[in-house]
Design a protein around this ligand. Sequence first.
Ligand SMILES: C[S@@+](CC[C@H](N)C(=O)[O-])C[C@H]1O[C@@H](n2cnc3c(N)ncnc32)[C@H](O)[C@@H]1O
Length: 383
Amino acid sequence: MDIETIRYLLSPEGATLLDTAASLSGSLLQRLTTLRKHYPAHLSSAAVETLELRKRAEKKFARAHQMFFTREALEQSSGQVVSGYRAERYAEGSCVLDIACGIGGDTIELAKRCRVVAVDSDPVRIIMAQHNASVYGVSGNVRFLCLDAESIDLSADAAFIDPSRRVEGRRTINLLEISPSVNFIHRLHNTIPNTGVKLSPMMDDANLQSLGGGLEFISESGECKEAVVWYGALCRAPLSATSLPSRATISPHGDVEAPIRPPGSFIYEPDPCIIRAHLVDELATGLGAWKIDPSIAYLSSNARVENPLWRGYAVEDSLPFNVKHLARRLRGLDIGRVIVKKRGVPFEPAQIEKRLSGAGTREAVLILTRIDKRPWAFICTPI
Ligand SMILES: C[S@@+](CC[C@H](N)C(=O)[O-])C[C@H]1O[C@@H](n2cnc3c(N)ncnc32)[C@H](O)[C@@H]1O
């Protein structure tokens, strides 16, 4: 989308076009054909795409239906749950530089409590961010600057940066390819000590640790979404893992090693943020569980413990992995449909699910893993 198009869509005529587009039904081609009778092709496409992106953005933003996005900017944006959680680290009323603000996902949450200077080098995104901030009624707290962040004067109480991790449209996990650059990030936290940096959890440990701050892995609804490097007063621990929306969090306290024992009557699957932060042993010892194999991230215990940092399963049966034996056992338990979860074994879940589906009336979770190099299966019910 170019500047003229976003300006048009934001005008009263653009609002009419969007309303007309929203009132149409039929296939994409049919809707575009109808719109093109009254509007130029590029405006018709932009309106239809905006409506589609708004729908997709509902997972991230409560007011998505009024906001503007480009496809890539939406993919790159922070959703409200994560950005709201992060924003709470910033002192109320303080002045925060939000660098590489995109369409304003982080700006909006920061501006609910702080005065924000939001910077991005992309003029279309800046226009969208301005509008999106007004949708949330926080524009009065934000000054938008369309500039290369590497050229601005770095002065504020605190800063947040979400650098672009794309090169010519493809995602990168190479710290040397992010923009603004890694050198800029060092200059930023050296100048403004209270800084937070959002990065990909796919980046390797050496890269993330090379930045020198406290590292937090954040998951939302069972997916590890980001690695955040915190500096200065924003840093609460050298390493932590946090699960949203519960906000349950852990950090290591010395070298902890969970015991390794045979499986008990419950299997626990740590949240992905725990696994990514290498805090499986801490979680196990903190919750009275043990490992069933030194290299496998499934935990076990004989107690039913509900905790947002793991998902628990009551074990109905535990047996060496063998499709024939499993099929017989599932029939015996009246289980006709299984959902396969696996760790440390090369099986294809969809194939196993298909092979083991039968006439039984119950559903179960089949956890496939390895214990002492032996493929193993647990027939379970989620708790
Ligand atoms: C991951 S997106 C930011 C998403 C944003 N936090 C949100 O929630 O919507 C990264 C942004 O960095 C911007 N960017 C990349 N290099 C920049 C630079 N040197 N100066 C300013 N902005 C830059 C891109 O235009 C892009 O919008």
